[in-house]
Design a protein around this ligand. Structure first.
Ligand code: GLU
Length: 454
């Protein structure tokens, strides 16, 4: 039975490097029908905070992961907070001391004894990695002079007790692994398989750090910045792994189905903002509409109440027809503004075009009054406060007839009269989703804007 663990230290928010490690562990466990364990490496009592612990749970869940054993879930090999496992760590230390695998030095600290001059780590991703022990630095401390266990001891003791079969973590741990392998051996425990995931570099090519200014780094920041979990997940999966058929749009199910540690590359993965943005807009367009609608709604900002007041079906229909205009969830605010905003400013693109393009100006001066008049003449069906799609069509046809304009010459001014902008989502959908009174108001505003002397 495959058993893997994600072992974050709750000393900060969940970082995308950690999220990628968690995800590869999770996907591997699910693929193999194994178990995914969450363990908190919280031995740094001062920096480990409950709020970070909660943040890690939330981040993992938001990304779509669940775990079989963990601090709150419990499980047969608990406790799953390292700080609660002191007894087990001390027992391992005792065992190492007894067997001669570790010794107490002059300063009273327990150190691992290097029994050989070379350690070979056979890594699934990086192949055979040979470490000379004299290049690994002094023999690592296992128990400090105050008797507390170090990361090396606690981590290995827990991995043994928790029957971890595969250790999947960042490449920055490779040299630790050389030491850990010796500890596993000295404890007489089976050595797990190792897979060290390639480093993630920032867009500037430097190692990704929390201070990288060119991209976001914490999962919570991505969430707040309008990224779908499906998109971030998809993006993280491709940081170091590729689908066997080079598929780029991957759901969690796709990733689980086709994941293979052998396909994890060993060259650093570069964080590509464009790719993440592309995946985000792809997922906004391809999610089931109800899911997209509920993901977009919280991002409607100051229009949220008005959107809610129009009812759920309205929002579903709007998202169904207009989500193409959202590349990021935060674009929902602009969309909501188009749908329910009181009046729209005539945008600078339209004003510039009115000023510089005499043909466009002439077309606007023809279309705007015609459109406004048609709206004034129109009466809605008693049970509606928006145009029906048929009415919208009739009205635009009437404007077409009256002005003799068609195609772009008709629709550019018309779009400007409805949205205040030259580009945006599907106009015919907007015409039957925007309140009629609002269409009238905007039309009048645009008549004035188009008539202004240039
Ligand atoms: N707490 C360590 C970290 O966050 C765990 C490393 C590991 O053993 O997986 O880097």
């Amino acid at each position: 039975m495959v058993r893997v663990r994600f072992a974050p230290s709750p000393t900060g928010s969940l970082h995308i490097g950690g999220a990628r490690t968690a995800l590869f562990n999770f996907v591997f466990a699910r693929k193999m029908g194994g178990q995914f364990i969450l363990r908190l490496d919280d031995t740094d009592r001062e920096r480990s905070l409950e709020e970070h612990e909660k943040g890690i749970y939330e981040g993992l869940r938001w990304l779509g992961m669940d775990w079989d054993e963990g601090p709150e879930a419990g499980g047969p090999y608990g406790p799953y907070r390292q700080s609660e496992r002191m007894e087990q760590h001390l027992a391992a230390a005792e065992k190492l001391k007894q067997s001669g695998g570790a010794y107490v030095d002059d300063e009273g600290v327990l150190r691992l004894r290097y029994p050989k001059t070379e350690v070979i780590v056979d890594d699934i991703v990086n192949g055979e990695c040979v470490f000379k022990t004299d290049a690994l630095g002094p023999e690592p401390v296992l128990l400090r002079s105050n008797g507390t266990p170090t990361y090396h001891l606690a981590s290995v003791a827990d991995d043994v007790d928790m029957k971890i079969t595969h250790i999947i973590r960042g490449a920055d741990h490779l040299t630790n692994t050389a030491k850990h392998k010796l500890i596993f051996e000295a404890l007489g425990a089976p050595v797990p398989r190792f897979a060290h995931l390639p480093l993630i570099l920032g867009p500037d090519g430097a190692k990704l750090s929390k201070r990288n200014s060119e991209c976001l780094t914490s999962v919570g920041e991505f969430q707040a910045s309008g990224f779908l979990p499906q998109a971030l997940n998809n993006f993280l999966m491709l940081l170091g792994w590729s689908h066997p058929e080079s598929k780029e749009q991957l759901s969690m199910e796709d990733s689980i189905e086709s994941f293979d540690l052998e396909r994890v590359g060993n060259t650093a993965a570069v964080f590509d903002n464009n790719k993440l943005n592309f995946l985000n807009s792809w997922w906004i367009r391809h999610l089931p509409v109800a899911e997209a609608a509920s993901a977009l709604e919280p991002f409607t900002g100051q229009f949220r109440e008005q959107i809610e007041a129009r009812g759920h079906d309205f929002w579903l229909e709007a998202v169904d027809k207009l989500r193409d205009g959202c590349a990021n969830l935060r674009d929902a605010e602009g969309l909501a503004k188009l749908l329910v905003g009181d009046g729209v400013e005539v945008g600078s693109d339209v004003r510039d075009a009115l000023a510089s393009d005499s043909e466009f100006r002439a077309h606007c001066r023809a279309v705007a009054p015609s459109w406004s008049d048609r709206l004034e003449e129109t009466e809605l069906d008693a049970d509606r406060d928006t145009l029906s799609p048929e009415q919208a069509k009739q009205l635009t046809n009437a404007v077409k007839k009256e002005t003799g304009l068609k195609g772009k010459e008709l629709f550019k001014p018309l779009r400007a009269a409805v949205t205040g902008s030259l580009s945006g989502p599907d106009l015919s959908a907007l015409l039957s989703l925007t309140r009629f009174t609002e269409l009238r108001r905007r039309a009048k505003q645009f008549v004035e804007a188009a008539a202004l002397e240039n």
